[in-house]
Design a protein around this ligand. Structure first.
Ligand SMILES: [Ca+2]
Ligand SMILES: [Ca+2]
Length: 237
């Protein structure tokens, strides 16, 4: 009987070790396969003009977040050159202004030639044809909600690119600028979205339910094996 108890105790330990692996594996999978969704915090959606870069840099937009971090910035851009090299661009988050400390830098994003205009003539000429370009930060950038920050857009090489702006002060909590100053007028705002990325609740719930079911199943099997025994001494299953 003692041996049975020891063996059963070992199985209990093994079960919990396996369960821990299941939970750990589940946590890893939740980051790699679970669907994610954006929570957009600050934004300005209108496109009134497209400004070329790098010739009109420095350019950017001040904003006041209501969330305490930022995971992504999305801009509306176009390929402004007939050259076919493609272009590269990245963004920085600074405190308050162009002279503020850099608190986050995105990886460089490479945009293929004519990325926003894949079919027919017009690439590099029709500035109203823009496409969203997303800049994801490798690590979430911590912010202080209610304080002013700046999105700086930087050309990193290749074809000339264009960045979209609104011209009617559509975003009231900040100002867009290029040529290193606050644009044509106080009404200029970058066309942008910024926010955080979260797992979709349904994915998390399904994943958690799956993990709990797996752990529960192992636990029930362990209990059946550990206690009652048949007349032959074999565990009853
Ligand atoms: Ca091009
Ligand atoms: Ca504004």
């Amino acid at each position: 009987m003692t041996a049975v108890i020891v063996r059963s105790s070992s199985r209990v330990v093994a079960t919990f070790v396996r369960a821990a692996w299941v939970v750990a594996l589940g946590a890893g999978l939740s980051r790699t396969v679970a669907a994610e969704s954006d929570i957009v915090d600050q934004f300005q959606s209108d496109v009134d003009v497209v400004v070329g870069m790098p010739v009109r840099e420095p350019m950017g937009q001040t904003f006041i977040p209501s969330l305490s971090s930022v995971d992504f910035v999305e801009l509306q851009m176009f390929d402004a050159s007939h050259d076919s090299n493609g272009g590269s661009v990245f963004v920085r988050i600074r405190e308050e202004s162009m002279s503020g400390d850099v608190v986050g830098t995105s990886p460089i994003v490479f945009l293929e030639d004519c990325f926003q205009f894949p079919a027919g003539p017009g690439c590099g000429m029709i500035a109203t044809v823009v496409a969203p370009v997303r800049f994801g930060f490798i690590d979430s950038v911590p912010l202080t909600a209610g304080q002013s920050y700046l999105i700086e857009v930087i050309h990193a090489g290749g074809d000339l690119l264009g960045v979209a702006f609104g011209l009617r002060n559509q975003y009231m909590k900040g100002a867009g600028f290029y040529d290193g100053s606050e644009g044509f007028s106080a009404g200029v705002d970058l066309t942008f979205r910024e926010g955080v990325i979260v797992p979709e609740p349904t994915s998390v719930a399904l994943l958690a339910a799956g993990v709990l079911a797996a752990v529960g199943g192992r636990w029930r099997r362990c209990r059946v094996e550990s206690f009652p025994a048949s007349a032959t001494g074999k565990p009853i299953r």
